[in-house]
Design a protein around this ligand. Structure first.
Ligand code: GLN
Length: 457
């Protein structure tokens, strides 16, 4: 079995539909009825969900064939896919190196041609990082565009399910299938004024409704689930960037690996050759994004993972008259080191007397990051940076140094804090290792990102 998968299977979809004849790999934290969903964890090694995630229902209805459940960092916690209970995944684009994480198996399956398309989840970069490391395309949708129903939660205020593909257009086709409101996830909503305000450039938005993307119509909800016109993405992949303004934040380029920056600059040059203009911008708050992200993500994780007690979910710890000891045994045996570290830190950050000092402060930083992005995106159409400040690590390289891995998330986590959409598209290589370029746009600005990124892949 390929090391990209934890479970290989064949779940056939409807006989026809937009994805008929296409194979899709699904990250193993997305529920598939009757097929194991392990989250890369020993505690869920035997867990078989009784229902499908909304995105899985939509894949089936669109005619896709699901070919397997992919390897991942345990519960999505990691940047290399090495915290998986089921062992590491090699990088098909750079053998001997990690595929990135946490959705490393999904990116590897697509890079190796073992699936046409894949789904991952992105809490702080887990779609974009593996896309960058494996030389494929990955999209992190605007928070609320894609249903999280049936996604096993890690840090629910930050995460979205997103597509992988070998081209921007194919990733957009998959996004088209999974996007749109879901009555079973109250955080989903319809793109405001879809088709006009999310399209093209800021100028176009202003001329159509005078309010820009921020003037979200609150009435558009009901009809969008049925109106496919509002959720078209694939037809935006036309490479037309004439007149587009691209902001490059100094904070997300300074300090990145030299070869990565060089490859990034060359790719930006291709956008300029097609008529885009590039300017330097600044996002001062992102200096605090990694700290804020890890406090929020660990706090939410400590709460979300409370259900794995061996009674409600997870392998039983056995019962000998003391439930506390039973829960402790289940969690000691069921979780790996990284998951334990995060539950401990998250529980501490939320404990009485410390909550304002850590969680409260992190929420303030999150608001500042949001405000910074809004202000820059009122000046430029998209924001560009290297997706990852470093090329893929060698297998085993980062395991002993969690902080080094946390810092590698510097360019991706600010986007989750700000709830914005982003895409990672292959920019080229440095020393034979793939480099990704990240584009960030305004809320529900996926069409604009797809259009710009389609210049490159
Ligand atoms: N590397 C980040 C983390 O470990 C991102 C993970 C993710 O997006 N699921 O939290």
């Amino acid at each position: 079995m390929s090391d990209a998968f934890i479970t290989e299977t064949e779940i056939a979809g409807a006989p026809d539909g937009p994805l008929a004849g296409r194979t899709v790999a699904v990250k193993d934290n997305i529920s598939t009825a009757g097929v194991a969903t392990t989250c890369g964890s020993a505690t869920l090694a035997d867990y078989v969900p009784p229902y499908d995630a909304t995105v899985v229902e939509r894949l089936k209805a669109a005619g896709a064939t699901i070919v397997g459940k992919t390897n991942m960092d345990e519960f999505g916690m990691g940047t290399t896919t090495e915290t998986s209970h089921f062992g590491p995944t090699d990088n098909p684009a750079a053998p001997g190196h990690v595929p990135g994480g946490s959705s490393g198996g999904s990116a590897a399956a697509v890079a190796a041609g073992e699936a046409d398309l894949a789904l991952g989840s992105d809490t702080g970069g887990s779609v974009r990082c593996p896309a960058a490391f494996c030389g494929v395309v990955g999209i992190k949708p605007t928070y609320g565009l894609v249903s999280r129903y049936g996604l096993v939660a890690y840090a629910n205020s930050l995460e979205q399910i997103g597509p992988f593909a070998r081209s921007v257009e194919e990733a957009a086709e998959l996004l088209e299938v999974i996007a749109g409101p879901d009555e079973r996830d109250a955080t989903t909503r319809a793109p405001p004024d879809a088709g006009t305000s999310t399209d093209d450039r800021r100028g176009a938005e202003r001329s159509t409704d005078g309010r820009g993307a921020a003037g979200a119509s609150t009435d558009g909800r009901g009809d969008v689930g049925t109106s496919t016109a509002d959720l078209r993405y694939a037809d935006a992949a036309d490479g037309d960037v004439d007149g587009l303004t691209v902001g490059v934040p100094t904070e997300l380029v300074d300090g990145a690996d030299e070869g990565v920056v060089e490859t990034f600059r060359d790719a930006i040059g291709e956008l300029e050759d097609r008529g885009a203009t590039v300017e330097e911008v600044t996002l001062p708050s992102v200096e605090h994004a990694v700290e804020a992200y890890y406090v929020i993500a660990m706090s939410e994780a400590s709460s979300n993972l409370a259900r794995f007690d061996g009674v409600r979910y997870g392998t039983s710890g056995g019962y000998d008259g003391n439930w506390n000891e039973s829960f402790a045994r289940a969690r000691k045996a069921g979780f790996g080191d990284e998951v334990k570290r995060r539950i401990l830190l998250g529980t501490f950050a939320l404990s009485a007397g410390y909550q304002e000092k850590y969680y409260g402060k992190a929420q303030d930083a999150r608001a500042w990051v949001k405000a910074d992005f809004d202000s820059v995106l009122s000046e430029v159409d998209v924001i560009a940076s290297p997706t990852m400040p470093v090329p893929p690590f060698e297998l085993g390289e980062g395991l002993e140094d969690p902080l080094k891995l946390y810092l590698a998330d510097a360019n991706t986590v600010p986007v989750n804090l700000a709830d914005l959409p982003a895409i990672s598209v292959p920019a080229g290589e440095t020393d034979g290792l793939p480099v990704g370029l990240q584009l960030v746009g305004p809320a529900f600005g996926e069409r604009r990102l797809i259009r710009a990124a389609s210049v490159l892949a």
